[in-house]
Design a protein around this ligand. Structure first.
Ligand code: NAD
Length: 328
């Protein structure tokens, strides 16, 4: 089966190509172009396409792909808020993903952001390079003994909870379901989490129910001097409200690996100069904000797990087996 990879980067090609010999039935073709209504029309002679978190997998695209004979969309990521699953089902297109390829990769990046904003590593790095060894403006707080609030205690949230626990923090969580693997974590309601956490880390998916869950009202319920980290999806935070909160000195620091405007353009331009959007640029103007470009997943181990599961998904589809990673 031929699989056309959209938005493929050199590191995708390298990591998938390493495994290619173990999957002789699969013919992998790497396209740099992003999947969009326009580029979907270029697909011919293929049953399967592989897309990413940045791809447009909406109804128009799925219709175009189906017209060209595509029956399988392989998402090489965990999140799927960019996929119109109802349309895919109606069009008879199977969608599969890679759930939990390396929760630790994202959780470790969440803690890296928290540590960096807390100890001002972004400023310290620049200062010392300019021969300025003054400590002015670099004071942080101990995480030890503080309270970490984890919103969404699934795979990544659980990994983050374990890291925070290892730091000697009290760990509280909010989720619709309780994760039995976290005996040290105390579940509380969202208001209590907002009111008592010194560090808040977001790990729930972007859904209608979680869209803009961090807004003026919820920010108002947070402790002054809180550190807020988002490695989940940009849409969880209402950016204008976050900016208002930052202006009012609500936050000690904010670390974002994801942001509302990243959708297509930032990714499309990852290899060139990343386009700076208006609200993201405004966020970057605050000295206590660190933004990274959706790199939480980007470790050797995670890329290798993504590649293996994606190719296993393709084989399961080809052989008519259930993989357990089907979204529809
Ligand atoms: P998961 O499904 O294991 O966990 C998500 C948790 O969120 C679940 O426990 C679920 O019950 C909970 N949840 C759902 N709705 C909720 C709500 N309204 N309030 C509170 N909790 C709610 O998913 P995961 O593997 O831990 O991934 C979490 C998210 O991380 C993904 O949805 C994705 O958006 C993001 N992600 C980011 C990167 C990155 O590179 N930055 C990489 C992978 C995943």
């Amino acid at each position: 089966m031929r699989i056309v990879f959209f938005a493929s980067k050199p590191y995708d090609k390298e990591s998938f190509s390493k495994l290619k010999d173990a999957y002789p039935q699969l013919d992998l073709e790497f396209w740099e172009t992003e999947l969009s209504p326009k580029t979907a029309a270029y697909v011919t002679d293929t049953e399967a396409v592989c897309a990413f978190v940045s791809s447009d997998v909406g109804e128009n695209v799925l219709q175009t792909l189906q017209d060209r004979g595509v029956r399988l969309v392989l998402m090489r990521c965990a999140g799927f808020n960019n996929v119109d699953l109802d349309a895919a089902t109606r069009l008879g297109i199977q969608v599969m993903r890679v759930p939990g390829y390396s929760p630790e990769a994202v959780a470790e990046h969440a803690m890296a952001l928290a540590m960096a904003v807390n100890r001002h590593l972004h400023k310290a790095y620049v200062k010392v390079r300019e021969n300025n060894f003054s400590l002015q403006g670099l004071q942080g707080v101990n995480f030890y003994g503080k309270t970490a609030g984890i919103i969404g205690t699934g795979k990544i949230g659980a990994a983050m909870a374990r890291i925070c626990h290892g730091f000697g923090m009290r760990v509280i969580g909010y989720d619709r379901y309780q994760n039995p693997e976290l005996p040290f974590l105390e579940y509380v309601d969202l208001d209590a989490l907002l009111a008592t956490s010194d560090l808040i880390s977001l790990h729930c998916p972007l859904t209608e129910g979680t869209h803009h869950m961090i807004n003026l009202q919820t920010i108002g319920k947070m402790k002054n001097g809180v550190i807020l980290i988002n490695t989940s999806r940009g849409g969880l935070i209402k950016t204008d409200d976050l900016i208002a909160g930052i202006r009012e000195n609500k936050f000690f620091g904010v670390g974002l690996d994801v942001y509302e405007e990243e959708a297509q353009n930032v990714f499309e331009n990852r290899e060139n100069d990343i386009l700076m959007h208006s609200t993201t640029a405004r966020l970057l103007s605050f000295p206590n904000v660190i933004v990274t470009s959706h790199q939480g997943f980007f470790t050797e181990e995670a890329l290798s797990a993504i590649s293996r599961t994606t190719l296993d998904n393709a084989m399961a589809f080809l052989e008519g087996r259930a993989a357990g990673t089907e979204l529809n």
